[in-house]
Design a protein. Structure first.
Length: 195
């Protein structure tokens, strides 16, 4: 298949700044987009938007489909530092409520003052990346001090599974590492860390 560009027949129902969560359907062609109050789907095959309902995906930012869980996985939009999953929403039927969400009870974020390097620093952001085969990487960018121009990248690698009761849990003990990032922290995007 060759790459091509074409104008879409329908305009998005919101601006990109209004998007709070998004995920790709396992069909590989339908994108789900949530604003603060509604969720829409975009079918890249026919270029059409569809309103799915007055509900919001339970994630902050991007969520990823994991085939072994048969669910989307992302950072939960509420709470501090929790990963969650939800069943994939129907791409064709409107729904009155969002898909059921399962929260990982274990907090993977290192967003606390227990670490000596945290001092008076602040949490600048976090992203979750799907690495394939049920493996994820959580990256946190944390200022080392209140007035610092350098930060720490804290990476947590983990896998997810359902236990016997159907609750979400990590497969094994998560692996963590921290890396210093010097200067220009305000301009640094930890997405560059993946390159």
């Amino acid at each position: 298949m060759d790459w091509s560009w074409k104008s879409e027949p329908s305009l998005p129902p919101c601006s990109g700044l209004d998007v709070v969560a998004y995920a790709l359907h396992p069909d590989g062609r339908t994108i789900f987009v949530s604003t603060v109050s509604t969720t829409h789907s975009f079918d890249t095959g026919n270029g059409l938007w569809k309103e799915l309902g007055d509900w919001v995906l339970p994630f902050r930012g991007q969520a990823y489909f994991d085939g072994s869980l048969d669910a989307w996985v992302g950072i939960h939009h509420k709470g501090e530092g929790h990963v969650c999953c939800c069943l994939v929403a129907s791409r064709s039927a409107a729904a009155e409520r969002p898909p059921d969400c399962r929260m990982l009870k274990e907090k993977l974020f290192r967003r606390n003052n227990e670490e000596p390097w945290m001092g008076g620093g602040g949490h600048m952001g976090a992203t979750l990346t799907y690495m394939g085969h049920n493996r994820f990487c959580l990256v946190e960018n944390i200022l080392r001090h209140e007035k610092a121009v350098d930060s720490m990248l804290h990476l947590t690698l983990f896998g997810l599974e359902y236990d016997r009761e159907g609750e979400l849990r990590t497969e094994a003990r998560p692996c963590t590492r921290s890396y210093p990032v010097s200067k220009n922290t305000m301009l640094f995007s930890h997405a560059a860390f993946w390159m």
